[in-house]
Design a protein around this ligand. Structure first.
Ligand SMILES: C[S@@+](CC[C@H](N)C(=O)[O-])C[C@H]1O[C@@H](n2cnc3c(N)ncnc32)[C@H](O)[C@@H]1O
Length: 211
């Protein structure tokens, strides 16, 4: 079978480490630019009101999402969770709450349940922490009850384990989504048009709309 047209470019982008040399308004961010473009289209089209991010790292992605909330006149904030805050270049921002801890722990889920307002609008959740299949599955199971119809879930970095990069990685986000959707066949509708729009993505299998 022939490869999708963007595959060779994506391998170059990933394997040369361009994604490790990217900044958003001066803060490091580890993303594919066209995925970020997809995210801003999702925020505008779906009137995203709150963001839940796992994996803050340097804070660049949280800052990007906070700017989108602000510019779109949303009421909510970005909750960005990481077990290690030492590399965070941002630390404080009026639209971001950085929480420290294991993203999928029962304590974190309880805290989220308490914190997200009952009358909230659409939520954008993005999983970008530990990319092992086991951890991504934990996160998906933990967050499923928090998500409502129309909320959006991105599972980042399904590109590893040979989809199409880092074939040696072992089961990762791509396989976690496959297993999750087999367990919960009616929970999400994959947003394939969005995933395939630019011909490359770090999140194959990972654009999901909550049913
Ligand atoms: C890929 S980086 C996040 C990149 C960032 N979202 C961006 O786009 O620039 C992954 C982060 O997940 C964090 N992490 C790993 N396992 C975690 C866990 N179980 N709970 C919370 N954070 C975790 C790591 O400390 C690391 O900072």
């Amino acid at each position: 079978m022939s490869e999708a047209p963007g595959t060779e470019y994506f391998r170059w982008f990933y394997d040369t480490g361009v994604w490790k040399r990217m900044h958003y308004r001066g803060i490091r961010v580890l993303k594919v630019p066209s995925d970020m473009w997809n995210y801003q289209e999702i925020f505008a089209e779906r009137r995203i009101d709150w963001v839940l991010e796992t994996g803050s790292l340097h804070g660049g992605s949280a800052l990007y999402f906070a700017d989108l909330l602000q510019l779109n006149g949303a009421r909510g904030k970005v909750i960005s969770i990481d077990m290690d805050g030492s590399k965070n270049m941002l630390r404080q921002h009026p639209r971001i709450e950085f929480w420290l801890g294991d993203s999928a722990s029962p304590e974190m889920v309880a805290r989220l349940r308490e914190h997200l307002p009952e009358e909230r609008g659409a939520l954008f959740a993005i999983l970008d922490s530990d990319h092992s299949k086991a951890h991504v599955l934990r996160e998906m199971e933990a967050f499923l009850p928090l998500l409502r119809r129309g909320d959006y879930l991105v599972v980042e970095d399904g590109c590893v384990n040979g989809h199409p990069v880092r074939p040696e990685f072992g089961p990762g986000p791509y396989e976690a989504v496959e297993e999750f959707l087999a367990r919960h066949p009616n929970a999400f509708t994959p947003d394939r048009a969005r995933e395939e729009k630019f011909g490359i993505t770090a999140a194959p299998n990972g654009y999901l709309i909550r049913n």
